[in-house]
Design a binder for this molecule. Sequence first.
Ligand code: NAP
Length: 260
Amino acid sequence: MQHPGSSLQNSSSTGSVPERVLVVGASSGIGAALVRQLASEGCQVAALARREDRLAELAADAPAQTVKVYRHDVLDAGEVPALLERIVGDLGGLDTLCYVAGVMPMVGPQEYDPDLDRTMVEVNLLGGMAWCAEVARLFLSERRGTIVGVSSVAGERGRRMNPAYHASKAGFSTYLESLRNRLEGHGVRVVTILPGMVKTEMTREIDKLVWPITPEQAARTMIATWRGSFWSTRFIPLRWCLVMAVIRAIPSRIFRHLNI
Ligand SMILES: NC(=O)c1ccc[n+]([C@@H]2O[C@H](COP(=O)([O-])OP(=O)(O)OC[C@H]3O[C@@H](n4cnc5c(N)ncnc54)[C@H](OP(=O)(O)O)[C@@H]3O)[C@@H](O)[C@H]2O)c1
């Protein structure tokens, strides 16, 4: 059972132990900020991504013994079961999965590139499904644990900007909701995070960010959300909830003429 607002976990056999968190997509942006914050609290963190140099820097800067790094490409879904088993062994168990990995290549208004589209779906949706499903099986067997998925406000509506990105995030949001409904009553919590605009490598080519926040702000709110019991779906910052309620209500025949 998790203490809301605390990095400590109860375990009937071992007493209170630091939260053990697996972060997929930990090498930059929101994922790296999560790792830094969790490590500073003394949590045990498994940090996964492809860029090993970035992961090594994170581990070197963190308090000793808090961050363990693993090179992993989420396109390699076949690796997930064995890697999860290894991580659970290294951390001595697992309390929380955070799937943060994502890509959003810039797509021109007249660009239609199936390879780019496939990569977005593979990283943003299929990679998330592979990790969430494997961890769901583990947590179900223990009747405990929290699965956190980072989707996006972009999944709330099909805007003209980048169809595959919007579709991948809509798919991930729906997958997480479905997983939450399945796991309800089995002791496993599923939390959906819907950030607005965060200043990271992903958004560095976007000229005007609306209500931008730092990855540290996003990470702080995420951690408070999964440790609290109130939100199962959390817009960050919260005002996006209201904005998206309005945007979702706009009829399609009007929405397609709006430059948003
Ligand atoms: N920035 C925003 O405004 C914003 C808004 C809403 C939602 N989000 C979502 O927030 C999440 C984090 O994005 P960010 O803004 O922090 O961007 P970021 O700094 O570009 O981070 C993306 C992370 O995903 C990892 N990743 C990408 N492809 C991967 C692959 N094939 N295998 C393993 N890891 C992979 C990257 O690691 P490697 O490249 O080292 O593998 C990196 O750690 C994404 O899901 C994004 O869609 C961002």
